[in-house]
Unconditional design. Structure first.
Length: 172
């Protein structure tokens, strides 16, 4: 049996996750973009979608910047347009890919930085990848559930599309 190239598997898994997140943002109905989240009326679906990018940027600043990894600009959670968020997600997705690649190149772990004070996330690339994918999956699920609660059930092409990792993995 051929050996599995773990670095490529890790990087490919992140790229597919990024495509899934972008797919959801691309398919959010315009009327949901400004919709207020039930139970949190000062937050909108836009703010929840922006969290994908801005959270990535925070992690890149904490774990990557001290190692020379570029950190994209944050986006305005009150004003960003969907197409601008999609562009930003492509940039932060590349940044996260670079962070994971750096960890692979460092023997499988991202060296801790002085900025990393939380210390609840093991910095081996397997845990880092798992954490980031779980985080985004959690928020994708929130968006789908909130859309339904607000009377905008997303079409099955969208909700089913979130699980089409084989197809999305080939779209790189």
């Amino acid at each position: 049996m051929p050996s599995l190239d773990l670095q490529n598997a890790i990087l490919d898994a992140w790229e597919t996750n990024n495509r899934v997140t972008i797919f959801l943002v691309e398919h959010l109905p315009p009327e949901l973009w400004e919709a207020k989240i039930p139970g949190a009326p000062r937050r909108t679906m836009r703010m929840l979608a922006v969290h994908f990018h801005n959270s990535r940027c925070m992690w890149l600043k904490t774990l990557g910047k001290p190692h020379g990894i570029a950190v994209p600009r944050l986006v305005d959670r009150y004003k960003v347009k969907p197409e601008d968020l999609i562009s930003a997600l492509q940039l932060s997705g590349t940044g996260m890919l670079n962070l994971l690649k750096f960890g692979c190149d460092q023997g499988g772990s991202i060296p801790a930085t002085s900025s990393y004070v939380w210390r609840n996330l093991p910095l081996d690339v397997g845990h880092v990848l798992g954490y980031f994918i779980a985080h985004e999956g959690h928020h994708r699920g929130q968006i789908v559930m909130l859309a339904r609660q607000m009377g905008h059930r997303l079409p099955s092409e969208v909700t089913d599309g979130l699980w089409q990792w084989s197809r999305l993995s080939r779209e790189g």
